[in-house]
Design a protein around this ligand. Structure first.
Ligand code: ADP
Ligand code: MG
Length: 311
């Protein structure tokens, strides 16, 4: 993977070969700028690679179209970020449910799944709170619930404990560890100690290259299963109701847009009707003015000199 900025070419990942198992807890360690986030983004289909290949369940993603990437990201990957990325004006429950709105579940199913995910991360008591009323650790647990609610095959976490104190970091790692019994967890971290304590495999990066890839010995290996999930679509009425909710939360903008749109439409209508009126007026004037000069057609006889063919 290279990034080009003008003439400058930055090799972000160079000759990286990794094979992940279905269920393991992988930590990616390395100094800032060594390509950890780039690696996660490529794994999650958020960024494209320039050379080489990414094979998911035996399918080379070189043949992926945009809709295949959408499906992969939506149904198979859950993201956890350093700064939680929660939606401030939605409750904890809604923040988790949001993740399912694209997946075609009914309202009831969404709520059930979200509550179950929140229970898994120990937040059942806080479901109706807003994110601003939670501690950092609790916010990250909401983010984890949001990442796992759609039961993805892969959880990608970019420095999930980067903004947390050590006690809270341990809580988060315990949750990620538990999740890794059911799916693949790839976590970027600066904390070598925690990585060694919790993950089953540690990959170290330096300047875009892998410098070590070590697995703990007592891990049982898992077979890779061929089960990329079936894609589900957002139902039409859910889409409609989200659109209306969105319009409602930004009602000033909606009002202004409507007003501006109306002015535009009225303006166009005005121009068209004035043009129409002027054309009609000109036709009327022409009819009246030319009525005074009627066209007269008269016949006249012209005699030709007679020509005889016997001359
Ligand atoms: P890390 O997460 O390990 O700190 P990154 O993966 O973010 O590192 O970045 C790897 C390298 O690629 C860095 O040198 C960074 O400056 C560069 N880089 C990352 N993203 C971009 C981008 N969008 N455009 C240009 N260069 C980038
Ligand atoms: Mg990074």
């Amino acid at each position: 993977k290279v990034y080009k900025t003008g003439d400058f070419v930055q090799k972000a990942l160079d000759d990286v070969t990794i094979k992940f198992k279905d269920k393991e807890f992988v930590s990616i360690l390395g100094p800032s700028g060594c390509g950890k986030t780039t690696l996660l983004n490529i794994l999650g289909g958020l960024d494209n690679y320039n050379e080489g290949s990414l094979v998911i369940d035996d399918v080379d993603t070189k043949n992926y179209e945009e809709k295949d990437w959408d499906k992969y990201r939506n149904d198979n990957v859950g993201f956890v970020f350093q700064h939680f990325n929660l939606i401030g004006h939605l409750t904890v429950l809604k923040n988790v449910e949001v993740s399912l709105t694209l997946s075609g579940f009914s309202k009831k199913e969404r709520k059930e799944k979200a509550l179950k995910a929140l229970e898994k991360v120990g937040l059942s008591k806080h479901v109706n709170k807003l994110p601003k009323h939670l501690s950092g650790g609790e916010k990250q647990r909401v983010a984890i619930a949001r990442a796992i609610v759609n039961e993805p095959k892969i959880i990608l976490a970019d420095e999930p404990t980067g903004a947390l104190d050590s006690k809270t970091s341990v809580e988060i790692l315990n949750i990620l560890k538990e999740i890794s019994n059911e799916c693949l967890v790839v976590m970027v971290t600066h904390n070598q100690e925690l990585a060694e304590q919790y993950s089953t495999r540690i990959i170290k990066l330096l300047d875009g290259k892998i410098i070590s890839d070590e697995e703990k010995e007592n891990n049982e290996t898992n077979n890779i299963s061929k089960t990329i999930k079936k894609h589900r679509k957002m139902p039409f009425f859910t889409a409609l109701s989200i659109s209306f909710k969105n319009l409602k939360t930004k009602w000033t903008r909606t009002l202004l847009t409507t007003l501006a749109g109306s002015i535009g439409i009225i303006g166009v209508a005005l121009v068209v009707s004035v043009a129409n009126g002027v054309t009609n007026y000109i036709e009327d004037v022409q009819r009246v003015a030319l009525g005074n000069y009627p066209i007269t057609i008269s016949s006249s006889v012209k005699s030709e000199p007679s020509v005889s063919i016997y001359d």
